[in-house]
Design a protein around this ligand. Sequence first.
Ligand code: AMP
Length: 302
Amino acid sequence: MSILVVGSVAYDTVETPFGRAEKVLGGSASFFAIAASFFAPVSLVGVVGEDFGDKQMRVFRERGIDIQGLERAAGKTFHWQGKYSYDLNSRDTICTDLNVFEFFKPRIPAAYRGCEHVFLGNIDPVLQRDVLDQVEKPKLVACDTMNFWIAGKPEELRQTLARVDVLLINDAEARQLSGEWNVVKAARAIRALGPRTLLIKKGEHGVLMFSDAGSFAAPAYPLEDVFDPTGAGDTFAGGFVGYLASAAEAGEETLRRAAVMGSTLASFCVEAFSLDRLVTLTRREIDERFRLFKRLTHFEAI
Ligand code: AMP
């Protein structure tokens, strides 16, 4: 089943204790689309500037992603710069040059409107709702947001969340959105706003999922070398929604497998800068690591 993703396509400049990458392909929609493309056909809606290269376009084409909805506008591509210290769970944003992204108004091509799965990347909640007004009747709407929108447009965000099935945010955002310090209480409050399924991401400490059936925890895969965490959250979302789109139903067991699949994809993302590891990834490698996750988390009852 097909997936529509709407979000940022960016040039990222990233500094970690292990190296620096200058103006490499990034953006929430890019990470999501590449990860989800291992499971289902993906259509991308976003905007880039005149400086966006053929090399970057090829990354999407080679994974079979439909980029008919990737608009090219006059000006420069969105540029984000971030810096990590040895604690890779926290980062400083050095600069956010919105460029053409400032005037982004998602236009969903007619061919995409019947998509069954929709991922609303981290953009203005008003635009997220605008996307939902343009699609027909998706089976599942997943959504990301950030502190900027939680603080800046709380009412608009609430209206969007009322139309969302799955929300993916980090623990700090969950606290900010709910006003609750305890994540279990935060989850209850947020689910009451609309999303039946809530995934709270905790970086290298994994993810907590709250759904009708209760809660589920998936760890992050213990890696010896974590090189660059940028995009791990969006890659998680791509693996999660991608897996759901490939499954016949979305019951609790499927949701749990999807959470582990999200963690599996994210574990590859952080092994290299930008999308470098994801573009060389194979389905075989994904399945092998998914199996290792099962071993990592399995234990016998007493
Ligand atoms: P993540 O590490 O999953 O939070 O995603 C990082 C990606 O988000 C980077 O590739 C950035 O280009 C992109 N990004 C950073 N800030 C913003 C923003 N304000 N709006 C949209 N995308 C952003």
